[in-house]
Every structure is written in structure tokens, then in C-alpha cells.
Design a protein around this ligand. Structure first.
Ligand code: G3I
Ligand code: 9MR
Length: 568
């Protein structure tokens, strides 16, 4: 009987399943047996939905659709299919008799583990100055790009000791994104987030094998990967004064080509307060994270951090101004108060020196969601993690309260959202350029509240945002290359777009995601509504580029969720 019912339902849906996206939206990777499980069904036809075994096509679960409501960010009326109490491992899809089906998903332990490795390996694939060998890179192997051993000091960065045209060597590091440039500001939040993942979950990462060139050493692979960028960052500090160059860049964006094909000159461009404080914060973090494994490096990182801090205190308002002959990314910022807070917090934690705590007024400052130009929340993340080892100067109650308040704000949004996610809190402001990074960073903050309180609603909401990124969203895409049934095939990523050998883009990259700014003038966006405004096309660099700062929260949240779901 069940088989017949399924057959009838599936046949009735053949037309619907010819749509380019399946109408029912679900995490296309899957769920842990004991985690919440939700699908979004468009329309208002409440009634029964079914979970179907993808191998046998049998109905294995019947539930009632509920909560019809409108999601203003996509203009859709949607319903919730909640099948949390179905816990049997396997491969399934969701079916609603009048609406259609979803893509397949799995229920199993460690369901996101491979995706987690891929999200980390994306950094390896974006390394400058190293051959990506077949044994590590598979079919995406390529010769080394950008040795960066001859880099010119740009006029904007000239000093008596290092005049314009002076040559420095500044190899390694990760390409920022789909472009080939290396930007200190964006490296700050990205590298920190990977270091925080390790600092918060060392047992998990000590076991995670990434198949990168350093995998055979005794250090965790995530720390080896982060070190590739830290080594580059260290070369961006001017040893004569402690200031840090804003970026290492071509004068303009290069056309579509493989990294090793590029021959244009490279420059370091002006020092800025923003870059110098990001550098100070990350080096102070690195000093404590690597102390056990490489004390010499840890010491060098701490000295570099303190030198940078001194420069920033003496030069508190050097804003990045793009020189007329430079056209690449700006990462410009007109408020460094959050960068000062973050660098002070990391230096305070690492050194135990009260002067850093006292340099800022932590009682007066708020939390928020981390993004490249707003890093204050990272100060609270680190203070929370180290709260039991701080000096008497710190106010632990304040630190805990700030984290809980931020978590509660996000829970409130989840509870009122038609999609059951926390995106949309500040209305359309969450749908910025890189909204997927924003969704990830919401979850980073929710996970801090969970780590502190062990209240499951924070963990569940953090996972709901991951479900959103992996397919339970208005576009129907799973936004990580290579993971899911419908994933980006044409990201704005030169090393993928120029690769004539492979149809599939480099895997493991989270694309920027829905955003209605449309500055790229790529035509045919399906909608002007922010949550639907996404195109899987090279031309859409405002929605379909990849970057190190969007992948970093993805790594953090998957690692944390995998750890907590399997170690409760
Ligand atoms: O600061 C204003 C704010 O005051 C205003 O309310 C808001 C309204 O739109 O805009 C804010 O400015 C935005 C800015 O980011 C800061 O958030 C701009 O509109 C927006 O266009 C800008 O986007 C940045 C983009 O570069 C263009 O500069 C993205 O955040 C940033 O991720 C992206 O970074 C690029 C690099 O430059 C180059 N490498 C690739 C990378 C990713 O695309
Ligand atoms: O490829 C560039 C991308 O990395 C940047 O995020 C984006 C915005 O700064 O710019 C892209 O380059 C475009 C340039 O700005 C304008 N001409 C077309 C380039 C993309 O093909």
C-alpha cells in the first residue's frame, strides 16, 4: 500500500520535478540523527508531507505541514515541514502531494565531515607561491602562482628607508578571493576565525587530516594551513616602524587566467591603521595558539603584534585611500574603534598585561556580528573563551552577559522568521555583499552562547543557518561548490573559470550569496528581492565570488556543530 501511494505521488509530480530547482528546500547534505530537521515548502497548502527513502521510494515518515507565513526578503509564502523526530540513518527526500519534492539528503552521524574538510582545503587551493601537486590537489593541480619574491613598494607606501620602487619579498599567503590579490584587512578576520576554531576545539582538529603538503608533520593541519597565511602576513610589516601595508596587489584586476600565467608586477600599497590593527590582533592570537608547537614563531608573532599596536596608537587615523593608479579591492573603513578593541583584547589575553584592557572601555561597547570592517565581536569571542584565565582587571560577568544578549537577539529573529533562520535580523541589512558570510557569522556568535550556556536553542539555530547555506533558502542552491545536488558551477574565481581541464569549479568554496546591490551589472538577476537575488554566473561577482572571509565562518560552524553533535 505504501509503495503504491508513493508511486502515485511521485508520478503526479513528474512535471514539477522538471523545474531547474526542486520546489521543496532542504539542506542538501543532511542532518544528524538527533538534530532538528526542517524543510521549507512553498505555498499555503498545509496538510501531510512525507519523507521518502531515496533508494526504495517508500514512505518512511508522515508529518503535518505547519506555520504558513510570508518571508519578506523573498516575497514568498512558505510552510514548515518539521521531521525532527524521524531519526533513522539513510538517504531520503521530502514530498508534498501538491507542491513537489526536495533534493536528496542524508541522516547520519558526521554528516558534514567531508564538507568541513573541503571548506578547509579551499584555503590550500587558494595558496599563492606553491605548486598544487596532484597528490594533494587531485584534478585541480596547477603550477605555483605568484612567487611574490619581487614586490615593489608603491609610491603611497614610500619612506626614506623604503622608497618607491624598493623591492621586498612577500611570498605565500592565500589569494583573497576570485582575484589574485592579498589584503591584510580581510586576512585578519579570516585567519583569526580558523585559529579560533582550533583554539576552541583542539581535540577535534588534532584528528582532522586534510591531505595538504604539511600533513605529515606533528602539527594539526588547520594550523599548518593558517601558518601559510601568517608567514605572508609577517612580511607585510615594515621592520623600520611597525606599520603594516594595507595590501599586496596588482595595479588592476587581471583578466580570467590561471594564477601561474599572470606576469603583471606586484606592489605593497600604503600602510593603514586598519591593516596594522588587524595584524596586531591576529599575531597576538597566533602567539598563544602556536606557543606549544613553535615557541620561536610564537615569540616573533607577539613581538610583531606589540610593534604594530605601538604604530597604530601613534597613527590612529590613517584611513586607506586608493591611489589613482590602483584599482583593486579597497577594504576601506572609516571607523577603527572596533579594530582597536579587538587588538587590545587579543594582546591583553596573550600577555596578561592590564594596560591593554585599560586602553579600551569594554563596559561601553556592544557586540554585533563580525564582518571584515566590524571586528569588535571577535574581542568578545576571545574574552569569553579565556574568561577563566584573565587578570582581575576583566569583568567576567560583563563578558558572559554580552555573549548571551547577542545570542538572544539572534534567537528572537529565528523565532519570527518564516524560514526558521536568524537572517533578516536587521531587515535587508543582513543581505549585504557576502550575505552567506553574514549567515555563517550569525552562527559563530550563536555557538558562543551555546558554548557558555549549553542551551540547545543556540546550537539548533546555528545549525538552521547552516541548513540555509546548504539549500534551505529561497534560491534552492547549496552555496558550497561541489557539495549538494544544485551547487554553483560558475563562481567568480579565476582559478576555476580559467581551468580548461575541469568543468567542476574548485570544491569547498562558499559563494557570496544573495544580495540586491547588482553593482556588477550582470543582467538577468531573477529578482530584485534580496534573498532571491543570486546568479550562478562568472559575471555576478557581487553574489557568486568566493573569499577567504566567507569560508572561515563556514569552517568554524561546521567544525563546532560536528563536534557538538557527536560529543554531547
Ligand atoms: O559602508 C556602507 C554603509 O555605510 C551603507 O549603509 C551600506 C549600504 O549599502 O553600504 C556600505 O558599504 C558597503 C561596503 O561593502 C561595506 O559593507 C558597499 O555598499 C559594498 O559595495 C561593499 O562591498 C564590498 C566589496 O568588496 C566592494 O568594495 C564587500 O564587502 C567586500 O567583501 C568585497 O571584497 C572584495 C575585494 O574588494 C576584492 N576581492 C574580492 C572581494 C569579494 O568580492
Ligand atoms: O574580479 C574582481 C573581483 O574580485 C572583485 O570583487 C570585484 C569588485 O571589486 O571586481 C572584479 O573585477 C571586475 C572589475 O571590478 C570590473 N571589470 C570586470 C572585473 C571582473 O571581470
Amino acid at each position: 500500500m505504501i509503495r503504491i501511494l508513493t508511486f502515485v505521488l511521485v508520478c503526479g509530480l513528474i512535471n514539477l520535478s522538471l523545474y531547474s530547482q526542486k520546489p521543496i528546500k532542504v539542506n542538501q547534505i543532511g542532518f544528524y540523527p538527533d538534530s532538528p530537521k526542517i524543510a521549507i515548502i512553498p505555498g499555503s497548502d498545509e496538510g501531510e508531507f512525507y519523507i521518502i527513502d531515496a533508494i526504495t521510494d517508500e514512505v518512511v515518515y508522515t508529518g503535518e505541514v505547519k506555520n504558513t507565513s510570508v518571508w519578506i526578503h523573498s516575497g514568498e509564502t512558505v510552510m514548515i515541514a518539521d521531521f525532527t523526530d524521524f531519526t533513522t540513518p539513510g538517504k531520503y527526500y521530502v514530498l508534498h502531494p501538491t507542491v513537489g519534492i526536495s533534493y536528496n539528503f542524508k541522516i547520519e552521524d558526521k554528516v558534514h565531515r567531508n564538507l568541513h574538510k573541503a571548506a578547509l582545503r579551499a584555503y590550500y587551493y587558494n595558496r599563492a607561491s606553491i605548486d598544487l601537486k596532484k597528490i594533494h590537489a587531485g584534478k585541480w593541480h596547477r603550477p605555483a602562482g605568484h612567487p611574490d619574491t619581487v614586490v615593489y613598494v608603491h609610491e603611497s607606501a614610500a619612506t626614506p628607508e623604503r622608497p618607491a620602487g624598493y623591492v621586498i619579498s612577500s611570498p605565500k599567503g592565500w589569494y583573497d578571493a576570485g582575484d589574485f590579490n592579498k589584503y591584510i584587512v580581510n586576512s585578519g578576520i579570516s585567519t583569526y576565525t580558523l585559529l579560533a576554531a582550533y583554539e576552541h576545539f583542539p581535540e577535534y582538529y588534532n584528528d582532522l587530516y586534510l591531505n595538504i603538503p604539511e600533513s605529515a608533520n606533528q602539527i594539526s593541519d588547520i594550523l599548518d594551513e593558517a601558518r601559510w597565511n601568517l608567514n605572508w602576513m609577517l612580511t607585510m610589516q615594515d621592520p623600520n616602524d611597525g606599520g603594516v601595508y594595507h595590501k599586496l596587489t596588482h595595479l588592476q584586476f587581471q583578466t580570467i587566467m590561471m594564477p601561474h600565467e599572470v606576469t603583471a608586477d606586484r606592489y605593497v600599497v600604503m600602510k593603514s591603521t586598519g591593516a596594522t590593527l588587524n595584524f596586531a590582533a591576529v599575531m597576538a592570537t597566533a602567539a598563544r595558539v602556536y606557543e606549544k608547537y613553535d615557541p620561536e614563531f610564537a615569540q616573533a608573532a607577539l613581538e610583531a603584534a606589540e610593534y604594530a599596536w605601538e604604530w597604530a596608537v601613534e597613527n590612529p587615523e590613517i584611513y586607506y585611500v586608493q591611489p589613482p593608479d590602483v584599482r583593486t579591492g579597497q577594504y576601506g573603513d572609516d571607523d577603527f574603534s572596533d579594530e582597536f578593541d579587538w587588538a587590545a583584547a587579543e594582546l591583553y589575553i596573550t600577555t596578561g598585561n592590564d594596560e591593554y584592557w585599560n586602553a579600551r572601555n569594554f563596559h561601553e561597547i556592544d557586540v554585533g556580528i563580525p564582518v571584515w570592517q566590524y571586528v569588535r565581536p571577535l574581542a568578545w569571542v576571545s574574552l569569553l573563551h579565556h574568561r577563566d584565565n584573565l587578570t582581575d582587571a576583566a569583568d567576567i560577568e560583563l563578558i558572559e552577559q554580552r555573549i548571551i544578549d547577542q545570542g538572544n537577539e539572534l534567537l528572537e529573529e529565528y523565532n519570527t522568521s518564516a524560514y526558521n533562520i536568524s537572517m533578516g535580523l536587521y531587515n535587508d541589512d543582513d543581505f549585504v555583499w557576502g550575505s552567506n558570510g553574514m549567515a555563517g557569522n550569525h552562527s559563530v556568535m550563536l555557538l558562543q552562547a551555546y558554548r557558555l550556556t549549553k542551551d540547545e536553542s543556540y546550537l539548533n539555530t546555528a545549525q538552521a543557518n547552516l541548513d540555509y547555506l546548504l539549500g534551505r533558502n529561497a534560491t534552492g542552491y547549496s552555496f558550497v561548490t561541489g557539495f549538494g545536488s544544485s551547487t554553483p558551477m560558475h563562481p567568480h574565481h579565476r582559478a576555476s573559470a580559467a581551468d580548461e581541464r575541469n568543468i567542476e569549479p574548485v570544491p569547498g568554496f562558499l559563494v557570496g550569496g544573495p544580495y540586491a546591490g547588482h553593482q556588477d551589472q550582470c543582467s538577468w538577476y531573477p529578482s530584485t528581492l534580496p534573498a532571491l537575488s543570486y546568479r550562478d554566473d562568472w559575471c555576478s561577482y557581487t553574489t557568486n565570488e568566493v573569499t577567504i572571509n566567507w569560508n572561515a565562518p563556514l569552517v568554524y560552524i561546521i567544525g563546532a556543530i560536528e563536534y557538538f553533535r557527536n560529543n554531547k
